[in-house]
Design a protein around this ligand. Sequence first.
Ligand SMILES: C[S@@+](CC[C@H](N)C(=O)[O-])C[C@H]1O[C@@H](n2cnc3c(N)ncnc32)[C@H](O)[C@@H]1O
Length: 200
Amino acid sequence: MKISEPDFWQDKYELDDTPWDTGTTTPEIIKSINHSINKKICILGCGYSKDAIYLSEKGHKVFAVDFASSPIDYLYKLKKENHINNLFPVKENIFNLSLKYNNFFDIVIEYTCFCAIPKNKRKNYIDVVSSILYKKAVCLALFFPTKKPTRESSGPPFHVNIDTVLPMFEEKFKIINFNPNPDSIKPRIGNEVFVEMQKL
Ligand SMILES: C[S@@+](CC[C@H](N)C(=O)[O-])C[C@H]1O[C@@H](n2cnc3c(N)ncnc32)[C@H](O)[C@@H]1O
């Protein structure tokens, strides 16, 4: 099964093999958003996103996107049970978002989706993020893991070398905040970099 196919990820969800799931909100992302003004926010490759719940409870319109069924079913159940009308779980391949959501979002959140995207599709990913944002809207990216794993089999599939990845984003974005020491959860300290970038 290929990593770029939903079944690869759905299998892991069904086996409860989800080492990426922190089970918590992401402090660095949450505190980078001004919650006094409601925004349209997209979370790419959301998984069982606690941020999606938190941000929708803050009043934002949250579109949580994943192509695996389990996380979308989970978020949809929470939405129904808790009457969270401004949470929109979207079962879709992120590479199909541009048509339906062109120039649509105020904020795109990247957290542990980029490291699941094959390197030859990174440019497409950046194009998608740019196309679904309004002009001058922002992408909040907490890149993980920024260090190459010591063993090939451990950790997320594609680590994020900031020195090569940032110039790729800079073709479509202006970097407005770069934090090499973000507010990371304990096991990820030193292996994350936060970047806020504005669509050109
Ligand atoms: C490493 S997991 C991280 C999940 C979530 N961000 C978290 O922190 O728990 C990567 C997620 O991206 C999703 N994903 C990977 N490629 C995708 C694509 N092309 N379109 C939509 N979702 C994708 C997978 O199904 C998986 O849920």
